[in-house]
Write a protein that binds this ligand. Structure first.
Ligand SMILES: Cc1ncc(C[n+]2csc(CCOP(=O)(O)OP(=O)(O)O)c2C)c(N)n1
Ligand SMILES: [Mg+2]
Length: 532
């Protein structure tokens, strides 16, 4: 039955993308069997309660293949009608070009920027470990689900994914299963033009278990998936699914032409080849029945979980209250506990921030903090709540390592998960970059202009310093360019290292931010006697 559902899912993708004359057919057709295994057999979810806290999370990191997700969510019985599937990429439909969290039932994460979904999945896997450690008891286990991410070559080429993969391996997130649509194709070319690494070795070196299967062999995918689910061996699992992109459209299958909508012109013959009737958006009665039965079975399992959950609640009223507050997003009244600072008091903002953070950490058991190896500088460490790690999943201070890109994606995953409020501090730095806003009345000198207040509200911040070279008369700049004897000499052959003119003229090729830094550093410099 599931094999037939896979071909019908292919048909839905072909029809919706043909109607929209836009979209990505390659993945939904190439991963149809994977979808059938996940949504038709293996994943644990309840379409009647898409926010069930113990559902398996599915993230389509390769968000361009969104028709994959919409087809399977529709067939699985989520509140996503066939009409919505037909309205793929129509404004305000529930089936936008890329999946959007909070908009389409069953979509767990907004994806599209390649690699981010991998980080989101790692964040969710960490969240699940933390939730399990905080809530499960020896008598009752209420959080024991898995996180499944489907990604492609593009996601695994992205650095952000690699950082997240390293974090997941290091922290032994064995509740994470990464399905890799390994089709050897990216958008422009065959993937061999841009990748030659041994993905298996890379992942194994980072502490993952790697399995490789034929992604069109449903038995093989099922076996690998079950193994990954059952092996609590401290290793996240990568299942490399060898697939043929665009499978079902012979003219383009296996080529980069299949990635987008080039298959539209072959839609009719492809539908015929797949054994689909002339009616478009065809889902057979058998498939609907199969999924209706499957949904009943899933709801049966959900009912069993609810019984355990009820018993857990009675046995652990304090935890139950904390969980409900986390689900509802209830914030306790913490105003009184937050320290107040006198205006004008001399205190570094990061120190003040640390003082504010502590009562929040105490009052909110689902509040997490973290840093990319900068707790020491940023001071956003929450005292007395432990460190999240493979040795203590109950800890609430995350150590991301020096992996800021993944930290962002992991934080989004923690947020999407639904229980945690996440805080993070980046490196202390200058105020966020803005386009220089120079009010007409601003003084002409760039260093003065750099201190001109920004627009209000919000409260004024110093605008970025414009490049220093504009401080220097054009004639001097031209002379300086002609002079190649030393990078620190100006047109007058000044040898002073601290000469404002010379530094200015030679900073002509620096970036704006470098210039801003230079501006701060050199604001006390004076032109030397030679160049003055
Ligand atoms: C960060 C980012 N860069 C670029 C893109 C544009 N883009 C979308 S899909 C794609 C190719 C992805 O290749 P792969 O993951 O192998 O997908 P497949 O062609 O196999 O479906 C590109 C470059 C993007 N969505 N996100
Ligand atoms: Mg690919």
């Amino acid at each position: 039955m599931c094999a037939q559902a896979a071909d019908e899912a292919r048909g839905l993708a072909i029809d919706s993308i043909s109607k929209a004359a836009s979209g990505h057919m390659g993945l939904p057709l190439g991963c149809a069997e994977i979808g059938a295994v996940l949504f038709g057999q293996e994943m644990s979810y309840n379409p009647a309660d898409p926010s069930w806290i113990n559902r398996d999370r599915f993230i389509l990191s390769a968000g361009h293949g969104s028709m994959f997700l919409y087809s399977w969510l529709h067939m699985a019985g989520y509140e996503l009608s066939l009409e919505e599937v037909k309205n793929f990429r129509v404004k305000d439909s529930k089936t936008p070009g890329h999946p959007e969290f909070g908009w389409t039932p069953g979509v767990e994460s907004t994806t599209g920027p390649l690699g981010q979904g991998v980080g989101n999945g790692v964040g969710m896997a960490a969240a699940a470990k933390l939730a399990g450690a905080a809530l499960n008891t020896p008598e009752h286990s209420i959080i024991d689900h898995h996180v499944v991410v489907l990604c492609g070559d593009g996601c695994l080429q992205e650095g952000v994914a690699n950082e997240a993969v390293a974090f997941a391996g290091h922290e032994k997130l064995d509740n994470l299963i990464l399905m890799y649509d390994s089709n050897g194709v990216t958008l422009d070319k065959m993937a061999e033009h841009t990748q030659s690494e041994d993905v298996q070795m890379r992942f194994e070196a980072q502490g993952w278990e790697v399995l490789t299967v034929d992604g069109h062999d449903m038995d093989a995918v099922t076996k690998a998936y079950r193994y990954a689910k059952e092996s609590d061996n401290g290793k996240p699992t990568l299942i490399v699914c060898k697939t043929i992109i665009g499978k079902g459209i012979d003219e383009i299958a296996g080529t980069c032409a299949a990635h987008g909508e080039a298959g539209v012109q072959y839609a009719d013959s492809a539908r015929e080849g797949l054994g689909l009737p002339a009616d478009k958006w065809f889902v057979s009665g058998e498939t609907y029945k199969y999924f209706a039965d499957h949904k009943s079975a899933l709801i049966g399992k959900y009912g069993e979980w609810e019984k355990t959950f009820g018993a857990w609640k009675s046995a652990n009223p304090d935890k139950a209250k904390a969980l409900q507050d986390a689900i509802d997003g209830t914030t306790p009244d913490i105003d009184a506990a937050i320290p107040h600072f006198e205006t004008g008091k001399s205190i570094a903002t990061r120190v003040a921030g640390a003082e504010v953070l502590q009562p929040i950490a105490n009052a909110m058991p689902f509040y997490v903090s973290g840093s990319a190896d900068l707790h020491g500088s940023n001071k956003n460490y929450m005292k007395g709540v432990g460190d999240f790690s493979k040795n203590n999943y109950a800890g609430r201070n995350f150590y991301y390592g020096i992996r800021e890109h993944a930290m962002g994606a992991i934080l989004n995953g923690l947020g999407f998960y639904g229980l945690f409020r996440a805080s993070v501090r980046l490196a202390p730095r200058a105020p966020p970059a803005r386009r220089p806003s120079h009010p007409p009345s601003a003084p002409a000198h760039p260093l003065h202009r750099a201190r001109a207040p920004g627009p209000a509200p919000p409260p004024p911040r110093p605008a970025r310093a414009p490049p220093l070279q504009s401080a220097t008369p054009p004639a001097v700049r031209r002379r300086a360019r002609r002079s190649s004897s030393s990078p620190t000499t100006c047109g007058r052959r000044c040898a002073s290292l601290r000469c404002r003119t010379c530094r200015s003229t030679t900073s002509g090729r620096t970036t704006r931010s470098a210039s801003a830094r230079t501006a701060r550093r050199t604001s006390r410099w004076r032109p030397c006697r030679r160049s003055a």
